[in-house]
Write a protein that binds this ligand. Structure first.
Ligand SMILES: Cc1ncc(COP(=O)(O)O)c(C=O)c1O
Length: 475
């Protein structure tokens, strides 16, 4: 019976395993365009497989690598959304940049310590450069700073913690924060984790373009002050998950400045469009926020595990996140040499900056800019084509690369129309070339198309439109 591999492999053992894994990853990436868009569909037996894989006890003995990799690549991976493929237009597509995967292999392979500057100064500097590039991308002054997180939710959490500390200090239970009814639910979660009662998160209604209504915000803030609360934070959206709406960031910045509120902008989906001229125009006022969340694993096409919080005054991060201990190495005084543990929740952590650094160094930022521009073009072309389908209504125009639509049938009730549109979406998805998801806008079900993958090009959008037209004909 095999006893598997030793904890420390020989060079040959390690190379064999790497070769086998790399060969499979390369083949997988090559086959992404022809993989079904949704491997969780019942026909693929995904939930039965998940149940079959339940294992309560860790194996005492090791096993051969081949069958384990077979299980992964032949069964478990195919039984999932093909969210790294070109047909993924559901939710907010994540990326899957292969150079980033190579970087993750290197960073885990060398396993250096980047939570503190002193143990790996040159590596920390590379990650700090990534932050500097992002600071430029959003139009912040060079003095701004920030850190990379595992994703947008954690980045939004630290933004709420920083704002709480700057505006409320320790007695914060009367502090209230404001987000539109279209804002991402991770803002509510961030508030909860930061210690606020759920009711302190005020949901502000949005206008017909799904942007936070300034008049409603103004009156809610005034009412809260009159009732003895302390308004402290407005969380704007720069690209909502529901419909891609960008709040009026300039108007919110004026309002926040007048009222002495911290303005945070959740640009997890939309922020990297600031690299393009059209995106910058759509995100006008982004740089006026006190803090901004970006998700490289969305708009910069990175694999999952890459979020970012930028703060105009990085000292605010230090004030809200720094805790000292005698056993720690000395921290840096100089603003250019960052100890990530001083400005973020984590101490030991992976070297996540290498993925972004290597991808941008290898491809150049212009390649990312061009790809984002392509997404803006594709969304405009797609929305015009959808508009041209008889009976189709555009419920949310693309402000960036996401729009929502529904088929309307004169005389049909809301329930019938919702059922019809769910059916329409299911029929498109059943063709397995693209995956779309829907949402409720008020009580109306709408289908969304979010074009964000660097792998999605005109041919795939054409397939989506063909499948949509055919599905409409079938109804
Ligand atoms: C607008 C927006 N904000 C925040 C998040 C949360 O980010 P993450 O999933 O990276 O935690 C998402 C996720 O889709 C999002 O679309």
């Amino acid at each position: 019976m095999s006893t598997g591999l030793p904890l420390e492999p020989s060079d040959d053992e390690l190379r064999r395993l790497l070769d086998d894994a790399v060969r499979r990853v390369v083949a997988h990436i090559g086959s992404l365009p022809s993989q079904p868009a949704d491997g969780t569909a019942e026909a693929h037996g995904a939930s039965a497989l998940a149940r079959a894989l339940i294992e309560r006890e860790a194996p005492e003995k090791g096993a051969e690598a081949g069958p384990l990799l077979d299980l992964l690549f032949e069964k478990a991976i195919p039984a999932s959304f093909n969210n790294a493929g070109p047909g993924f237009m559901a939710y907010i597509p994540g990326g899957g940049q292969p150079y980033a995967a190579v970087a993750d292999l290197i960073s885990a392979g060398v396993n250096r310590y980047v939570g503190v500057f002193a143990p790996a100064p040159a590596l920390v500097q590379l990650e700090t450069n990534v932050i500097r590039w992002f600071v430029r991308a959003v139009g912040y002054p060079e003095s701004a700073g920030g850190f990379l997180t595992s994703g947008g939710s954690l980045a939004n959490f630290s933004a709420v913690v920083a704002a709480r500390h700057e505006k409320l200090l320790e007695n914060f239970l009367k502090g209230t924060l404001y987000v539109s009814d279209q804002g991402h639910h991770c803002i509510r979660k961030a508030a909860l984790l930061a210690g606020f009662p759920a009711a302190n998160v005020r949901e502000i209604p949005s206008d017909p373009a799904f942007r936070m209504r300034l008049d409603a915000l103004q009156s809610r803030v005034a009412a809260d002050r009159a009732a003895g609360f302390t308004p402290f934070l407005v969380a704007a959206s720069a690209g909502t998950t529901n419909t891609g709406a960008v709040d009026d960031l300039d108007a919110l910045a004026d309002f926040a400045a007048r009222e002495g509120l911290w303005l945070h902008t959740d640009a997890a989906y939309g922020g990297f469009f600031a690299l393009t001229a059209r995106g910058r125009a759509a995100l006008s006022g982004l740089e006026r926020a006190d803090s901004i969340v970006l998700d490289p694993h969305k708009g910069l096409f990175m694999p999952y595990g890459s979020g970012c919080l930028l703060v105009k005054d990085p000292a605010a991060l230090r004030r809200s996140h720094s805790v000292q201990a005698h056993y720690m190495p000395g921290m840096q005084d100089d603003a250019d040499s960052v100890d990530f543990c001083e400005i973020s929740p984590e101490l030991s952590r992976n070297f996540r900056g290498l993925a972004v650094w290597l991808s941008i160094k290898l491809c150049g930022l212009a390649a990312f800019r061009a790809s984002l521009d392509e997404k803006l073009d594709l969304a405009m072309e797609a929305v015009e084509a959808v508009r041209g389908i008889p009976g189709m209504t555009i419920v949310a125009e693309p402000q960036l690369s996401l729009f929502a639509f529904r088929l309307t049938v004169p005389g049909a009730s809301r329930t019938e129309m919702n059922r019809l549109n769910r059916d329409l979406m299911d029929r498109v998805n059943a063709r397995q070339r693209v995956l779309l998801t829907g949402t409720l806008i008020g009580e109306d079900f709408a289908i969304r198309m979010c074009i964000l993958s660097f792998r999605t090009h005109a041919d795939r959008v054409r397939m989506a439109l063909e499948d949509l037209r055919e599905a409409v004909r079938e109804l």
